[in-house]
Write a new protein. Structure first.
Length: 646
């Protein structure tokens, strides 16, 4: 197997080399008090913390708290403290979907906008602890709105702009938002996303919403409801540019972000202030080896946790210059990413394997016609990167010069957990490599028996984390019991990630994918139960079962088995109708790739659907279906094989 050793120059000048990594890792676990005292010094505290943490994953005294008696304000950390020396430094370089559109915003300008935005929110009655839902395109105002919430102590809940009005409404209702922030529209690949119209449709079912603040961006026509809707640009002029940041406890909530799990309803993952910001800033510093003056671009949308931690909070806390891109990788053509790299002289690029695979398919020429000489480091996130895509990223995009950091983490973890450090870790394509400081991974088998962790001995099992880390989520919003049940009840005393994982002889971790009913489609996490409940909500559908199957570009595709009601004759028209139905119920990211009309689903005698068999058939691997003798009616399987979709 190929190993790409740390380039000598990186080992020499990076923040940490291999020896430094090992030593810091040891200290993080053996001398946590001293270690975190140093690392939290990268944050400005209003009142310094004296209590490190009180963390237990056991049911009896379950709880997670870090730096609990410290106080701070997250927006002041991302803005105010940079003003004295770096006020004129560019904070955000924005590039629109249309390549002729660019904006540059300094830290001073960003600070003023955030203060004004915060004052507008206050004027609308928002206060500490309120939940505010954001449904925005990738524009600087998205960061402004997030930081304005943080400034006044309101909790933001960002909903990805690709979600449908139905999905948006569910998320507004779950956290009882009184305020929604949106834009007239967003642009993606030359097409308008009618955000305001979607909000109108959603809010019709949300009695809690009193006001909608609208950013004028795409210029499309929208209906403004008197008494409820206001333009940000009008309000902006009418408020003061000064706004004192609210003093927040380290454990006060910063944001909620909804994510799919193995049950139908998305969970509101809640992150707090002190520990989260420390983790976001610290991982951004070490993983990307961020230096003042670097131009840094994370291509994720702010609707996902990657956008929270690595477009907004981590980099801005570190005073970085961040590129923010509204569009998509293939518009106007397949060179777009690399044109942006050249135009803004990007040094660090962080993106998703799915985009790389899609671009790889179009051929090297689109990449090669750009210079990319400014690039120094590349990152990957969101799903396993297959070694072929890794090597292409390395050889074609990075010209064989740029280390690749393949970062494994989750919405729940707040920031990178298993990741190479560019000056320290020899790279194995496809492996997220080693645990970050403070992270204690453990592999267990299905029964929870810990697999031996010894040098030279490989193991494969379910990935758990045995100790808390500052960036860890604190609860499921409104349902603390569900938090415990979901993550800490499968294996007693451990956080269970839901991922399968192999550790090789050198101690490198290789994530093998989800072991629960969650699938990863183009780096987006989807609960199969969520898609199933959307399907069965259709009047003609009696039953549905959704599984993932390997997909060349998306990583995993969505394969839906559907049993229609008795009087319905399934046909092509119904297939199209159901695909459209799921798009409207959840959003385009949940579009099924295949719908397989099935007269019946394979079930055990107790009525449980045998998903293992459904996965095999969807994968087209019917040679090893395993034991089907426990099925109530084994002939169902033959029918499914004979009628496989796609
Ligand atoms: C799931 C989390 C990481 C933030 C964005 C996605 C998968 C994530 C990797 C990686 C292999 C990865 C896991 C994880 N995943 N990064 N580098 N290698 N798998 O956050 O939506 O919460 O999804 O994404 O399966 O559990 P998310």
């Amino acid at each position: 197997m190929t190993v790409h050793p740390v380039p000598a120059e990186w080992a020499r000048r990076a923040y940490v080399d291999a020896a430094g990594q090992a030593e810091k890792y040891r200290r993080s676990l053996e001398e946590p008090e001293a270690f975190w005292r140093e690392e939290t010094a990268r944050i400005d505290w209003i009142r310094p913390w004296t209590q490190l943490g009180r963390c237990s994953f056991d049911e009896a005294d379950f709880g997670i708290e870090w730096f609990a008696d410290g106080t701070l304000n997250v927006s002041a950390n991302c803005l105010d403290r940079h003003l004295a020396e770096h006020g004129e430094t560019t904070a955000i370089i924005w590039e629109g979907d249309d390549p002729s559109q660019q904006r540059r915003i300094t830290y001073r300008e960003l600070h003023e906008d955030v203060c004004r935005f915060a004052n507008v929110l206050k004027g609308l009655g928002a206060k500490k602890g309120d939940r505010i839902t954001l449904y925005l395109p990738m524009i600087p105002e998205a960061a402004v709105a997030m930081l304005a919430c943080a400034r006044i102590g309101a909790i933001h809940s960002v909903v990805f702009g690709g979600f449908s009005p139905e999905a948006l409404a569910g998320r507004i209702q779950d956290c009882d938002s009184r305020l929604v922030i949106t834009a007239d529209g967003g642009m993606r690949g030359g097409k308008l996303v009618p955000l305001k119209a979607n909000v109108d449709a959603a809010v019709a079912h949300c009695p809690s919403v009193e006001a909608v603040l609208v950013v004028r961006h795409a210029g499309n026509a929208v209906t403004m409801q008197g008494g409820r809707d206001r333009w940000w640009q009008d309000e902006r002029a009418a408020v003061s540019p000064d706004c004192q940041p609210e003093e927040m406890g380290a454990e006060d909530p910063l944001f909620i972000l909804y994510t799919s799990g193995s049950t139908g309803k998305p969970k509101g993952v809640l992150h707090t202030s002190g520990g989260y910001l420390t983790w976001a800033a610290m991982t951004h510093h070490y993983v990307f080896d961020y230096r003042p003056g670097d131009i840094y671009w994370c291509a994720a949308d702010i609707g996902w946790v990657t956008g929270h931690s690595y477009v907004v909070y981590g980099p801005l806390a570190n005073g970085a210059t961040v590129v923010m891109f509204e569009g998509v990788p293939n518009y106007p053509d397949h060179s777009r990413f690399w044109q942006i790299v050249d135009r803004h002289q990007v040094n660090i690029f962080y993106g998703a394997p799915t985009a790389l695979r899609a671009l790889m398919r179009e051929g090297d020429e689109w990449v090669k016609r750009t210079s990319r000489s400014s690039l120094r480091l590349l990152g990957s996130v969101g799903e396993p990167i297959n070694p072929e895509a890794w090597e292409w990223y390395w050889r074609v995009v990075g010209d064989g010069r740029c280390p690749i950091v393949d970062t494994w983490w989750q919405t729940e973890t707040g920031g990178a957990m298993i990741t190479p450090l560019p000056g320290a870790t020899d790279l194995k394509p496809g492996s997220a490599s080693l645990p970050f400081f403070g992270v204690a991974p453990q592999l267990v088998d299905a029964e929870g028996t810990v697999l031996p962790d010894e040098p030279g001995v490989a193991a494969e099992g379910n990935l758990c984390i045995t100790r808390s880390w500052p960036g860890q989520m604190r609860t499921v919003y409104g349902d603390h019991e569900r938090f415990f049940q979901t993550y800490f009840s499968t294996y007693k005393g451990k956080y269970f990630t839901g991922d399968g994982c192999r550790r090789d002889e050198d101690g490198y971790y290789w994530i093998t994918g989800r072991v629960d009913d969650v699938i990863n489609v183009s780096g987006h996490r989807m609960g199969t139960a969520e898609i199933e409940s959307a399907l069965v909500a259709h009047a003609k559908v009696a039953e549905a079962a959704v599984v993932g199957f390997p997909h060349d570009i998306k990583g995993q595709g969505i394969y839906a088995y559907v049993t229609t009601n008795a009087e319905v004759e399934p046909d092509e028209a119904l297939r199209r109708e159901l695909v459209q139905w799921v798009r409207t119920e959840i959003g385009p990211i949940a579009t099924p790739d295949a719908i397989h009309f099935a007269p019946a689903l394979p079930k055990t005698r107790s009525g449980k659907i045998m998903r293992r068999i459904l996965r095999k058939i969807a994968e087209g691997d019917v040679s090893s279906l395993g034991d089907t003798s426990t099925l109530a009616d084994p002939s169902v399987v033959d029918t499914l094989i004979a009628t496989r979709a796609g």
